[in-house]
Ligand binder design. Sequence first.
Ligand SMILES: *Cc1c(COP(=O)(O)O)cnc(C)c1O
Length: 503
Amino acid sequence: MGSKETDKMNGVDSGHSAVPLDSDTEARVEEFRRCGHQMVDFIAEYYRDLARHKYPVLPSVEMGYLTKTEPKHAPQQPCSYEDLMREVDTKILPGVTHWQHPRFFGYFPASSSFPAMLGDMLSMAFNTIGFSWAAAPAATELETVVMDWLAAACDLPSVFVSSGSGGGVIQQTASDSMLVVIMAARHRAVAQTGETDTRQFVAYASDQAHSSIIKEAKCAGVQVRSIKTSREHSYALQPTDLIAQMRKDTQDGLIPIFVCGTIGTTSTTAVDPIQSLAESVRCEFAGLPVWLHVDAAYAGTAALVAECRHHFKGLELWDSFNFNPHKMMMISFDFSALYVQERSALIDLFSVGEECLRNKASESGQVIDYRKWQVPLGRRFRALKLWFAFKLMGTEGLQRHVRRSFALAERFERWVAADDRFDMPTPRLFGLVCLRLKGQPNDAQCALLDGVNGCGFFLVSTKVDDQVVIRVAVGSPQCEAQDIDELWRAFQREADKLVGPSK
Ligand SMILES: *Cc1c(COP(=O)(O)O)cnc(C)c1O
């Protein structure tokens, strides 16, 4: 579109105009081609601008900046693509927190990549709803294929691949995965114990586990016990503490049904001893239907590289394992990989009849219907993102990104270790460095954090044992050594102001 002829037909003489809804397919396709090319150019420039630090990592807008100023109703008449993109510049970009910025070190990274974006673009174009094989054979089979590839690339135990009784499924988030496995654990426990009052059921995790266990256990109507951890044990869940609490609860007539171990806690990337936890529970509570789940939402991607695999030893003793390739593996949000040893545990729970979904393939029992592996019915063709990433970057490309990110974190860790004003309360594992000013109160740590963030970075803090600790989470593919060195200089400048120069 955009030719003089068509503009005239639309009643506009100059500039670009919107294509009316009743235009023919050919016209709509050509308009999409024109705008789509421009959009790809816009995205390419955006990433180039991020690398050049054109944008501040954090926006400086006031609360309500958009909700208070935008009209209360959607427009009646369409506008042109060009006008809309001008509004993106003036209204949207100023309010964006640039998660892909080279100086974004907050939370955990949500790394993206062009291959994953291209795959996702295609997924949106097909817009299939892959609830069953029959509804979307390519989406279904590619999901099985790439989830098995991912398991092999991470050297996961063979109990989690689709050729046996297990398999992988893509969920939206780690919280969704948690809900799925807690519900499956509860379902299995009801069947095995005959107990229908699920308030008797208890789930266990360390006090460092992600809050999603509390939220999802609440949804499932199951109690949760947080087991205390300590600095002495690097905030890892100790099998003896877990077993003691489980014993006490069984003596009180409660039924332990679920244990969540974490590889890489959100606060400080603490790693629970996966092998000994599972062995202890299996040995002490052999008669109970305890479901063992590992949450490795962030650190699971580290299993791509051989030097990190010791953290995952004993995983074959656990019923399920989950990690988010959308955190550190450059598979753009959303992509949470959930693996189970017994897919029947999910299928038993989530199978319900639906006349209009009946089909020969499902009845043959020869195909996977992923709607029976998740809470919702509909599902996106997310497998394409991972397939594109594997194909266009190779496993080696993904491994390179992980190693590079860890090396950058190590570079920062070395700076910190060499400065006597700082303390690292937990060792660096993976891409997270935790630090604080030695012997200073929490106010000083917060002042340090604010000071550093004021220098064009974005970091967040956490609290361990009531002490404020600053987290530096490295993992943006846009991050360079120079950004790490600048970050360290900002820390030094701010520390100089607060406690004077280093000795
Ligand atoms: C990020 C994180 C989660 C939650 O992730 P969502 O996918 O957003 O639900 C859960 N567990 C751990 C350890 C995490 O780091």
